[in-house]
Design a protein around this ligand. Structure first.
Ligand code: CA
Length: 220
């Protein structure tokens, strides 16, 4: 069927990687070290990192905010796509994860583009708004606790400029959003969030089936 996204079998997924993935060695090594952690499934897929690099470049982004940095793969991917005077604010509550990211950011020569905030991200975003940073970010990436997605989204939408993009990770939630038998709190939150964005007239919208689903919301 030509009018639906082609399902990715393992073979086709490998083909996609073989013919399109350009993953620098430093990113690959960070991904491999992260794979040893029990929380390794929180890391984005490498093809998604490359997709986000392309978005950062297409937006000519200089100011990026990330909610949920984990061990820094997505932050590193995006920082590599920023101009030398670009700036990425990486928010996470876990200092150990940030500490694991730091040497890779330094090795890649982009540590000076990345500022970290180890604090609850909702507070960090509220502070940025208080400081008058509304409309000054080009790109926001939300990939943190699902039950807070709505508050992260609302604050990020204030912080990005018109034409800027808020990207939201895990919106397909491994299929659980479409499984009525799954009543877990995270699934309910993502379902409600997806429904809300569908009708949100403040943004242009696409749910891209890459990785675990990335919703792109472009501020009008
Ligand atoms: Ca994620």
């Amino acid at each position: 069927m030509s009018n639906r996204s082609t399902p990715l079998t393992d073979t086709l997924h490998q083909y996609l990687l073989d013919v399109s993935l350009r993953e620098p060695d430093v990113l690959k090594r960070l991904r491999e070290e992260t794979a040893q952690l029990p929380e390794h499934n929180m890391q984005i897929a490498p093809e998604q990192g490359q997709f986000m690099q392309l978005l950062v470049k297409m937006l000519n982004a200089r100011e990026v905010v990330e909610i949920g940095t984990f061990t820094g793969y997505s932050a590193l991917a995006m920082a590599l796509a920023l101009p030398a005077d670009g700036h990425l604010l990486a928010c996470d509550y876990n200092e150990e994860w940030i500490a694991m990211a730091q040497p890779y950011w330094e090795e890649a020569g982009v540590a000076d583009r990345i500022e970290t905030r180890v604090a609850p991200a909702a507070d960090t975003l509220a502070k940025l708004i208080e400081q008058g940073r509304n409309g000054t970010f080009d790109f926001a990436f939300i990939d943190a606790d699902k039950t807070s997605y709505d508050i992260y989204y609302e604050r990020c939408l204030e912080l990005v400029r018109p034409g800027g993009v808020v990207a939201v990770d895990n919106t397909l939630w491994h299929g659980r959003v479409a499984d009525d038998r799954d009543p877990s709190e995270d699934t309910l939150a993502l379902r409600a969030f997806n429904r809300k964005l569908h009708g949100d007239e403040r943004v242009d919208l696409s749910l891209v089936p890459i990785g675990d689903g990335v919703t792109l919301a472009r501020k009008r």
